[in-house]
Design a protein. Structure first.
Lengths: 80, 231
């Protein structure tokens, strides 16, 4: 089963990398850019056939390792 | 009284920490991150470096190393645990200290001596120092920006858990003196029990005048001689 996890920095936490890219884009002439945030995508294949069981397991992985709740939120997508 | 200095794959400051502790007359030995028996030691240091390459997030993988069960136990039992730089990051990821270390505000790797002011002297890190004392020690990091939730940060302030703050040469604490954007100019914080400390700059690199400063000695002396459950 293929799983995609998106880990996003919480809106209240500054994203200096996003700010740097935003500035670089504006310097290149794209002055319509209002803001840029850079997130992380983690793609996994796991040995599981039940999508609900997979989602639960992956949620646990996110809470334990893949995302830091102080600064990040996450979203899980199961490819069925 | 002997310190276990933990080596993770990617740690690079462990030898300096052992050297520094021995130079102040304390005992210290290296232990590998897979060692689960630290019964020969009564305190632990997590040194600086790039444990597990800082992959995923700095300290995120190191916090699950087998040795961390012992680190947790030492912390629970009120024994001194010190995290320096990457070690501080690992302690935050492990939940042994509040908050998280984000990228430096200006997105630059900072490698230079900075000044910190001693804010309180009842912690394992600052017991031997004077409140108001200004110390010069090197900062060497890209992710040194200490951040916590507003509630966590309020509690840290209220309870005096920010033990060192970045300051100017005369001790002024302001934005200009904050090298990396850390909340409250926090350079070192302690846990509620006062036995777990995280410090971003490197005291082990300021132990001899030959290195430009010996101001780190008082911090390492505080740690090396601390009894359990100080606060």
């Amino acid at each position: 089963m293929n799983i995609t996890v998106r880990v996003r920095r919480r809106p209240s936490i500054a994203d200096p990398a996003g700010s740097a890219v935003s500035k670089a884009l504006r310097d290149l002439g794209y002055d319509q850019i209002a803001s840029v945030r850079i997130d992380r995508t983690i793609r996994m294949t796991i040995d599981e056939t039940d999508p609900e069981a997979a989602k639960l397991k992956v949620r646990e992985m996110c809470e334990r390792l893949l995302a830091n709740p102080v600064m990040e939120d996450f979203e899980i997508e199961i490819e069925e | 009284m002997s310190s276990a200095v933990v080596v993770f794959p990617g740690s690079n400051c462990e030898h300096d920490v052992v050297y520094a502790l021995r130079s102040i007359g304390a005992e210290a030995e290296l232990v590998w991150h897979r060692d689960t028996d630290l019964s020969d030691f009564d305190r632990i240091v997590l040194p600086g470096g790039f444990a597990h390459g800082d992959y995923l997030r700095t300290g995120a993988i190191a916090r699950f190393s087998p040795v961390m069960d012992e680190v947790q136990r030492f912390a629970d039992e009120g024994r001194p645990v010190l995290g320096i730089c990457n070690g501080f990051q690992i302690l935050c990821e492990a939940g042994l200290l509040p908050g998280v270390l984000l990228q430096n505000r200006d997105l630059r790797f900072i490698c230079r001596p900075i000044h910190v002011r001693v804010e309180e002297n009842r912690s394992i890190l600052t017991r031997a120092a004077e409140v108001g004392q200004v110390l010069t020690i090197p900062l060497n990091s890209y992710e040194g920006n200490f951040t916590a939730t507003p509630q966590e940060f309020d509690e840290l302030e209220r309870r005096g858990q920010i033990v060192l703050r970045y300051c100017g040469p005369a001790g002024t604490i302001d934005e200009a003196a904050n090298p990396n954007g850390s909340m409250g100019n926090a350079a070192a914080v302690i846990n509620g029990g006062g036995n777990v400390a995280g410090i971003m700059p490197h005291p082990e690199r300021a132990i001899e005048d030959l290195l430009g400063s010996s101001d780190g000695r008082v911090l390492l002396e505080s740690f090396a001689t601390a009894e359990a459950a100080v606060v």
